[in-house]
Write a protein of this length. Structure first.
Length: 87
């Protein structure tokens, strides 16, 4: 059964070096990953991904390419990491 995503959860995010992702953050209490995608017109959209533990976040944060890691490990698995747009 997927973990419920709390869309009102505020997660601090740090900017990252990526053309596909602007910032990432993690809440270890709820195992929620936060991603802000870039936008040409102001702050980009923020999505929360469920079932993302601290080990998975460390692997994502330290990946050689954060955008590639997202595209291979997170994005193709909405069953494992259901998501919700929060802003």
């Amino acid at each position: 059964m997927p973990t419920e995503i709390k869309s009102r959860l505020v997660i601090a995010m740090d900017p990252v070096e990526s053309s596909q992702i602007a910032a990432i953050g993690h809440d270890s209490e709820t195992n929620t990953l936060a991603i802000r995608f870039p936008s040409k017109s102001g702050p980009g959209s923020v999505y929360h991904y469920a079932n993302f533990d601290a080990e998975a976040f460390a692997a994502f944060k330290n990946a050689d390419s954060i955008g590639s890691h997202f595209g291979k490990v997170i994005k193709p698995h909405p069953d494992r990491h259901p998501y919700v747009k929060v802003s």
